[in-house]
Each structure stands twice: as C-alpha cells, then as structure tokens.
Write a protein that binds this ligand. Structure first.
Ligand code: HEM
Ligand code: HEM
Length: 176
C-alpha cells in the first residue's frame, strides 16, 4: 500500500489549514482584542466554534488512523530519524488534543459557554490571563507551532535530500 486512505488525506490537509489559521491568525489576533471591545464576542464565537470543529475532525482522524489500513512507516534511511518521525506524529496528535482541551477548560472557567452560546448576557471577565488554562493554552500553542515546523522540515528532508516523494503518501491516487 503506497498511500493513506483518500478520506484520511482530505482530513490531513483540511485540519492542517484549520490549525495553521487558528495558530497564526485567529488565536493571536483574538488575544489582541481587549475584552471590553464589542468585537470580542464575535471573535470568541468564531474561534470557539473553529477550535471545537478541529477537535471533532481530529477525533475522526484518530479513529481512522487506528481502525483503517495505513501504508507501512516511511523510511528516512536512519533509525533515529524514523523513531523521531513516529514520536513527532504522536506529539502532534497529543498537542492538538491538548489545545482543544485547554481551550474548553478556559472557556469553562471563564463562563464562556453560557456567555457566548447560552446568551446569558453576563459581561466577559476583564482579562483571561488570570486563568491557568489561558497560560497553558498559549504555551501549548507555541510548542505545537514549533513541532509543525519540524514536521514540515521532515517533509523537506524527504523531498529534497532523500528524494522519495514522501508527499505522494499524503495525496490522492491509486493505493496499491
Ligand atoms: C503544511 C505543511 C505540511 C506538510 C508538507 C505535511 C506533510 C505530511 C506528509 C508528507 C505526511 C506523511 C508522512 C508519512 O507518510 O510518514 C504527513 C503526515 C502527518 N501530518 Fe502532515 N504536513 C503538513 C502539515 C501538517 C499539520 C499542520 C499537521 C497538524 C495536524 C500535520 C499532521 C500530520 C500527522 C499527525 C501525520 C502522521 C499521519 C499518521 O500516520 O497518522 N501535518 N504530513
Ligand atoms: C486546536 C484548536 C485550537 C487552536 C490551534 C487554538 C489557538 C489559539 C491561540 C494561538 C490563541 C492565542 C494564544 C496567545 O496569544 O497566547 C488562543 C486563544 C484562545 N483560545 Fe484557542 N485554540 C484552539 C481551540 C480552542 C477552543 C476549543 C476554545 C474554547 C472552546 C478556545 C478558546 C480560546 C480562548 C478563550 C482564547 C483566549 C483569547 C484571549 O486571550 O482573548 N480555543 N487560541
């Protein structure tokens, strides 16, 4: 088997775009809006729906990774690099889920579910930085971005040094 299942491939690229948008654009620009600005509720609504959707898609993807057939692990020609790639992939799954869980924990501790989705009419807290989950959410986001950078470097290593067209495993086409 040469490729991942096309549905899994589609999920990889959809989730990749959604995570990069949240990490680089959505999250940081949301954090810059003061909590007493009228734009904040709109930004929070979008970010929370976006983040929760990533959680649902990632769960679907993990289930597929566990239950559907996948191609054998790629060979980078070095056992340390092969183990590193496995560890990095596991790390990405773990950090994405931690990002979703810390986001939910933050929303729960700041009462955002009732303010944003329940229409409680209560005011937002003056700042989120007093909540430990906010600090954790920010730190995990930075580590996840660094790990994705490493993941893309791994792809570039395969593409330009090993020259094994690894990317075709994560693209559509004949699987056998
Ligand atoms: C944007 C540039 C990206 C490129 C060029 C890229 C490329 C690839 C390639 C070629 C593979 C297949 C590796 C193999 O078969 O061993 C792969 C797998 C993977 N990618 Fe990406 N990727 C990118 C972004 C992302 C992002 C943003 C995420 C975060 C969710 C991600 C998560 C993963 C995971 C977890 C796997 C392992 C698949 C598995 O076996 O479960 N990738 N990626
Ligand atoms: C993988 C999914 C997610 C990603 C990549 C993500 C990304 C981010 C980033 C990068 C920030 C800004 C961090 C900083 O500047 O220190 C942020 C802030 C935030 N996120 Fe997420 N997030 C995700 C999921 C969620 C979820 C599921 C929720 C809630 C249900 C959530 C709620 C928040 C809140 C309330 C803030 C604080 C905004 C502020 O400080 O004003 N996030 N997120």
């Amino acid at each position: 088997m040469k490729r991942y299942h096309p549905f899994f491939v589609g999920l990889h690229w959809l989730i990749a775009v959604m995570i990069l948008v949240a990490l680089i654009l959505g999250g940081p620009s949301l954090a810059e809006i003061p909590n007493d600005s009228p734009d904040k509720m709109f930004g929070l609504t979008g970010h929370m729906i976006w983040g929760l959707t990533i959680g649902v898609l990632m769960t679907l993807r993990l289930a597929m990774r566990i239950f559907a057939k996948a191609p054998p692990h790629a060979d980078a020609g070095n056992s340390a690099l092969n183990s590193g790639a496995k560890l990095a992939h596991l790390g990405i799954y773990a950090l994405v889920f931690s990002m979703v869980v810390s986001g939910i924990a933050l929303a729960y501790s700041a009462g955002l579910f009732s303010i944003i989705f329940g229409g409680s009419g209560a005011a937002l807290p003056p700042t989120f930085s007093v909540f430990p989950a906010r600090v954790v959410h920010g730190i995990i986001g930075t580590v996840l971005l660094a790990l994705i950078g490493l993941h893309v470097a791994g792809w570039a290593y395969h593409q330009f040094y090993v020259r094994d067209r690894l990317i075709s495993r994560m693209w559509f086409g004949k699987r056998s």
